[in-house]
Structure formats: C-alpha cells, structure tokens
Design a protein around this ligand. Structure first.
Ligand code: HEC
Length: 153
C-alpha cells in the first residue's frame, strides 16, 4: 500500500546558493590549511618574526656617531633638523625650554661627541625621547655637529 501522506523531500533540490557556499567553504578551508601548514608551504610565523628582528638589529647596531665636526653642509642640515625636531623642547637657539639648555658650559650627561650622540639616539630618563627610530644615525650625527658649534668652549 502506497502512503501518499509521506513527505517527498528527496525530490526537492538544494538551492544553488547553498551548494556554492558549502563547496566554496571546503575549498577555502583546504587552501587555508595548505597555505599555513609549515610542512606543505614552508610558512612559519617565525620567518616574519626573524626578519623583523634582523631589521631592528641593523638599526641598533649603528650606534657609532659619524664625524661631521666642522663640516659646514652637515652642520647646516643639523641645524634644520634641530629646528623641526628639537626646538619644540630645547628652543630654536637651544637655550632651553621643556628640555635643558644645550649651550651651557657643562651638560648633565656630558658634551663629547659620543655623549651628545647618546643623548639624542637613546634618550635620557627625565623626558628626553630616543630619536634613533625617528631620525636615524645619519641625521643624529649631523645634529651633534650642529650642537658642537653651540658649545661654549
Ligand atoms: C619632548 C621634548 C624633547 C624633545 C623633542 C627633545 N628633547 Fe632633548 N631633552 C629633553 C629633556 C626633558 C631633557 C632632559 C633629560 C634628563 O635630564 O634626563 C633632554 C636632554 C637632552 C640632552 C642632554 C642634555 C644634558 O644636560 O646632558 C641633549 C643633548 C638633548 N636633549 C638633545 C636633543 C636633540 C638634539 C633633540 C632633537 C633631535 C632633542 N633633544 C629633542 C626634552 C626633549
């Protein structure tokens, strides 16, 4: 005896959109797994990490000052860098403001080329920011040459 009341679901097709979504999801997943499995694609979180560390190391290793003492072009450039980067705190003529005067006969952290370079690139604890990331070793050295011209001998 045939039961005509039985639901005939098996004769209805799944909407195309759902099928697309279903298989699309599977394809995406396989692609994702392949791309991020080290054994298959060679991908590794540490590759990116190591690259970043190496780049940071390169900037950090460049801690020695370039000698620009007396170099007129470098001093002029240093003066311009000072005007834009340092003047807000040290005043345009380095006479001091938020930061101390840099023309004084003695400086708290020393006034040799190396001392000045360290103050600029590494910063000092009471509010002097580290400028190596912002202006780099080259420009820092030029600012040092400029500061040397301000020093009262
Ligand atoms: C946000 C404000 C600020 C900026 C910008 C700034 N400084 Fe300073 N600087 C300070 C302060 C505050 C100190 C004092 C830090 C301390 O006593 O520990 C200081 C200290 C110094 C010192 C050491 C002074 C000493 O007595 O030994 C030097 C050199 C110096 N700054 C140079 C610079 C140069 C060059 C720039 C620009 C590249 C610069 N500063 C930008 C705030 C600033």
């Amino acid at each position: 005896m045939h039961d005509t009341e039985e639901p005939q679901e098996s004769h209805n097709n799944i909407p195309k959109g759902w099928l697309l979504f279903f298989f699309g999801g599977i394809i995406f997943l396989i692609g994702y797994i392949v791309a991020f499995t080290p054994a298959i694609s060679g991908w590794s979180f540490y590759h990116g990490f190591e690259k970043e560390m190496a780049a940071a190391q390169r900037t950090e290793n460049k801690v020695t000052v370039t000698h620009y003492s007396g170099d007129k072009v470098a001093i002029k450039e240093g003066k311009e860098i000072f005007a834009t980067t340092c003047a807000p705190c040290h005043n345009a003529d380095a006479s001091g403001g938020i930061g101390p005067s840099l023309t004084a006969a003695t400086l708290k952290y020393g006034s040799t080329q190396k001392d000045l370079y360290e103050s600029i690139t590494k910063g000092r604890p009471n509010g002097m920011p580290s400028f190596l990331p912002q202006i780099g070793a080259e420009k820092s050295s030029k600012v040092v040459a400029f500061l040397e011209t301000l020093r009262k001998k």
